[in-house]
Design a protein around this ligand. Structure first.
Ligand code: NAD
Ligand code: UGA
Length: 457
């Protein structure tokens, strides 16, 4: 059977769930997910309770398809060799050195994949750019492939991923759209159709958008930039609400009820996190600068500046309330960058904890999913001082014991049903309740804490 052997390089938050859902919906395709991180592969092959990532519904799907038409392997070359289609789903972080440092996407991992594919292949293949990468990356992959292997034909297709963590399985099963971009040639159209045929196994034609390579690459960056822009827009207005007495939830509801605007992504917060919004916007800003569009670059850069401003405002609120306490302790509820994930990359919690520790606060942390090692690594990676003042607990009760403030930083459902009267009694002094996600009705806690605030008050 032709074009039914798939290899995916990268067994992370995208590669793992995406291939699991393809395997589930396409029993006739054989899929091998490979990764250079062997312990990650071992974890994917281990008990489903201990998969390397947490996503609702993932372990059920993995139980269903693993070792049937989905295999996790560390034999990268072997898997590349036998595949007709190769997805590249490796990480594309922000560059830390060289030209474009701190802004441009680091494509080292993508380039390494292209080199290995070229060297290990002895048949024609379709290469799918699943990783988020700047406009022009598909062309670069093609150049690398051709320069190393002139015997085989490679078609490069862009198929960016739009899943959000915490809802990945649902997003993959019922996406708003699937985007596939290819070269504008007969071979290019054939390759695009081959990839479209995978998704057609469970999605209607009208959800599958076919474009050229560059539109597909830019649409991914644009989508993330628009989403982040909405959050920064509402967060910027939360600052104005504080000055005027308007309430951000009421403003958000009123604005969102205009069907031209829509209600999603208008929840004010301590700031957006996650591994992609910041890096993809930086990437977009860099592209604009590179093409000499400074006004456009500055426009998008402001989305990130407001996000930093929001986190600073949040810290200032804590500092203002607790400045007279001699040895203040703050309890942070939530470390993940959003609910229903164990991912804490770029989480606002990291920045808030950093500022608190560096200002001599004791910090107690509780998160239902993020493990202690990740929390410590997150702070160590930023060379945070005073780590001895950090304590991580496995229950909320322990985390609030003897503290002066409770700050909600992740919108975990369990934080909504907590008995805050009871918790306040465990505290040294219930001076501050600060809801960074706007998930608790202020009236519910107003009488319990000396000072009850959400992000707009
Ligand atoms: P991740 O860090 O969770 O996973 C990437 C994996 O690739 C890692 O396990 C790493 O070991 C592996 N890898 C890197 N280079 C390799 C190589 N040369 N050979 C073999 N394995 C290699 O990253 P992720 O969150 O899955 O993101 C992957 C890409 O998808 C990024 O470009 C990201 O922007 C994009 N994306 C992510 C999300 C998300 O929600 N996380 C959503 C949409 C798009
Ligand atoms: C985001 C996009 O939603 C996905 O479509 C995209 O594929 C992905 O980035 C990516 O490219 O990596 P993700 O970062 O997983 O997904 O999660 P989101 O739901 O977008 O949340 C991002 C951050 O924004 C979180 O910290 C969340 O709490 C915050 N947020 C979200 C708000 O502060 N307010 C909102 O109204 C919505």
């Amino acid at each position: 059977m032709k074009s039914k052997e798939i290899c995916c390089i990268g067994a992370g938050y995208v590669g793992g769930p995406t291939m699991a859902v393809i395997a589930y919906n396409c029993p006739k395709y054989n899929i091998t997910v490979v990764d250079s991180n062997k312990s990650r592969i071992n974890q994917w092959n281990g008990p489903v309770e201990n998969l390397p990532i947490y996503e609702p519904g993932l372990k059920e799907i993995i139980s269903d398809v693993r070792d049937k038409n989905l295999v996790f392997s560390d034999k990268i070359e072997e898997s590349i060799k036998k595949a007709d289609i190769i997805f590249i789903a490796v990480n594309t972080p922000t560059k830390t050195d060289g030209k474009g440092r701190g802004m441009a996407a680091d494509l080292t991992n993508v380039k390494k994949c292209a080199e290995l594919i070229a060297k290990s292949s002895s048949s024609d293949k379709i290469i799918v750019e699943k990783s988020t990468a700047p406009v022009g990356t598909g062309e670069k992959i093609k150049t690398v492939l051709k320069s190393i292997n002139s015997k085989n034909k490679f078609q490069v297709v862009s198929n960016p991923e739009f899943l959000a963590e915490g809802t990945a399985i649902n997003d993959l099963m019922n996406p708003d759209r699937v985007l596939i971009g290819g070269e504008e040639s007969r071979e290019g159209f054939e390759a695009v159709n081959t990839i479209a045929n995978i998704y057609k196994q469970w999605l209607p034609n009208n959800k599958i958008i076919l474009t050229n390579l560059w539109s597909s690459e830019l649409s991914k960056l644009a989508s993330n930039a628009f989403l982040a822009q909405r959050i920064s827009s509402i967060n910027s207005l939360s600052a104005l609400c504080e000055k005027t007495g308007a309430k951000i939830n009421e403003v958000s509801k009123s604005v969102g009820m205009d069907s031209r605007i829509g209600s999603k992504f208008l929840q004010s917060s301590v700031g957006f996190g996650g591994s992609c919004f910041k890096k993809d916007i930086l990437n977009l800003v860099y592209l604009c600068q590179y093409f000499n569009l400074p006004e456009v670059a500055e426009y998008w850069h402001n989305v990130l500046k407001i996000n930093e401003y929001q986190k600073e405002r949040f810290f200032d609120k804590i500092h203002k309330s607790l400045k007279d306490i001699k040895q203040p302790t703050v309890s942070l509820l939530g470390w993940a960058f959003k609910k229903n994930t164990n991912d804490s990359r770029e989480s606002a919690s990291i920045d808030i904890a950093k500022k608190l520790l560096e200002n001599n606060y004791s910090v107690n942390v509780y998160d239902p999913m993020v493990n202690d090692k990740t929390i410590i690594d997150d702070l160590n990676n930023l060379s945070v001082l005073n780590l001895e003042k950090l304590n991580i607990f496995s229950t909320v009760e322990e985390a609030v014991q003897n503290s002066h403030a409770i700050c909600i930083l992740t919108e975990w459902d369990e934080f909504q049903s907590l008995d805050y009267t009871f918790l306040s009694k465990l505290m040294q002094e219930a001076i501050l309740f600060l809801d960074g996600r706007n998930i608790i009705q202020k009236d519910r806690v107003a009488k319990i804490f000396e000072n009850t605030q959400s992000i707009d008050t």
